[in-house]
Design a protein around this ligand. Structure first.
Ligand SMILES: Nc1ncnc2c1ncn2[C@@H]1O[C@H](COP(=O)(O)OP(=O)(O)O)[C@@H](O)[C@H]1O
Ligand SMILES: [Mg+2]
Length: 357
């Protein structure tokens, strides 16, 4: 995965960096955003992950100057949104409430936006092509599927060829193929060096779309970093071992200070001991091994560990006597798995670059 410490730290990078410093927003007694400080760098898809009601949309509205912060500030390359000379040419946005009159034709809708922002008409056909809507550009928006409407919203956001894109839950309500399309398209924008900031409350979606994460809970910053580093830090890590002499091996490992849990398939999960030490202990004691692997939990587990105590609207959580919430099982229906595409969907955009590596 490329790091921006390399050659890409150009003036464009500085120009397109999103920075929030001490950003807060009160709605009466509700503290929707609580002293958020984070940076979003160019050349990456940065996921803005948090449970429903954690303040993602509010934060995005604050960034875009659609709401006034109670405290703190945010900038694009050092400039607050309302001071940008040509906001549409610098920052494109697709918010939840993106709305197009249903009886308008997509091309006419974009012509209107282009004209009112001093953007050449030919750019409309360019962005329609980019999002794969050229062939349906003269259809009325009411005939569009949700995925096509999301593409139209992205086309509108791209009209000014902005270096920064902000998208609030673009995957909401989309089928797996629609989410896949958005993922590929955002990766394509990031590869061009743009800054892409995209929110979701679903980790399964975020794991597919983003390579960097800003995680919030109850308006507060919980974590910031690469998806891999967050999984590494928060996911449950253990050594899985199977052996016909399992009890003997487990006793030896526990004597070294590790802990052990048995699984239904008669394997032991060992925590607090490196996999090498288990192998060496087995060899030194002539213990036969049938399996010895390093295991790590999913992003979902990392996310639940991170936001579990901060989740406001988790109905499946049961508070324990210790005051800690127990998390729902990984098979929770709120986190759908993403399966291969099915059915028909308009063609993908022309990709100049390959998918993410
Ligand atoms: N316009 C508003 N007036 C009052 N409360 C609001 C308003 N917008 C958001 N909130 C509250 O702020 C909190 C954060 O909401 P939101 O930013 O929409 O979260 P998310 O996008 O992460 O689901 C919630 O408690 C929500 O009810
Ligand atoms: Mg929201």
């Amino acid at each position: 995965m490329p790091t921006d410490a390399s050659g890409s730290a150009t003036t464009t990078s500085v120009r397109s960096m999103i920075s929030a410093v001490g950003l807060s927003k009160h709605y009466g007694p509700t503290l929707a955003v609580d002293q958020l400080t984070f940076d979003v760098k160019p050349g990456h898809v940065t996921g803005f992950l948090g449970p429903n009601g954690s303040g993602k949309s509010t934060t995005m509205r604050l960034l875009l100057g659609l709401d006034r912060p109670s405290a703190g500030s945010s900038t694009f390359g050092g400039t607050p949104y309302h001071q940008l000379q040509h906001p549409l040419r610098e920052v494109g946005a697709l918010l939840d409430a993106a709305y197009v009159h249903p009886s308008r034709k997509a091309r006419h809708h974009l012509w209107g936006l282009a004209a009112s922002n001093g953007i050449a008409k030919k750019r409309v056909d360019e962005v329609l092509g980019l999002v794969g809507l050229s062939e349906v550009a003269n259809h009325r928006v009411k005939t569009y599927s949700l995925g096509m409407k999301q593409r139209l919203g992205i086309a509108a956001a791209l009209l000014g060829d902005p270096h920064t894109m902000i998208l609030d839950e673009p995957g909401n309500g989309l089928d797996p193929e629609g989410i896949r399309w958005i993922r590929d398209f955002l990766a394509y924008l990031a590869k061009q060096g743009r800054t892409v900031f995209v929110s979701s409350h679903l980790l399964s979606e975020m794991a597919l779309m983003a390579d960097q994460l800003v995680v919030i809970g109850q308006g507060r910053l919980m974590e910031e970093g690469s998806v891999a580093s967050i999984v590494d830090r928060y996911a449950d890590k253990y050594v899985r071992v199977r052996s016909p002499q399992l009890e003997q091996l487990v006793a030896l490992v526990i004597a070294k200070g590790a802990t052990s849990t048995m699984t239904p398939d008669r394997a032991a999960q060992l925590r607090g001991v490196p996999v090498e030490a288990v192998g060496e202990l087995a060899a030194a004691n002539n213990i036969v091994l049938h399996e010895l692997t390093n295991e790590s939990g999913s992003l979902e587990e990392a996310f639940l560990n991170l936001t579990g105590v901060a989740q406001q609207y988790r109905t499946t959580a049961v508070p324990t006597a210790a005051g800690q919430a127990t998390t729902p099982p990984p098979s929770s229906s709120s986190v759908p798995s993403v399966s291969p595409p099915s059915g028909s969907f308009p063609p993908p955009p022309p990709m100049q670059t390959g998918g993410r590596s």
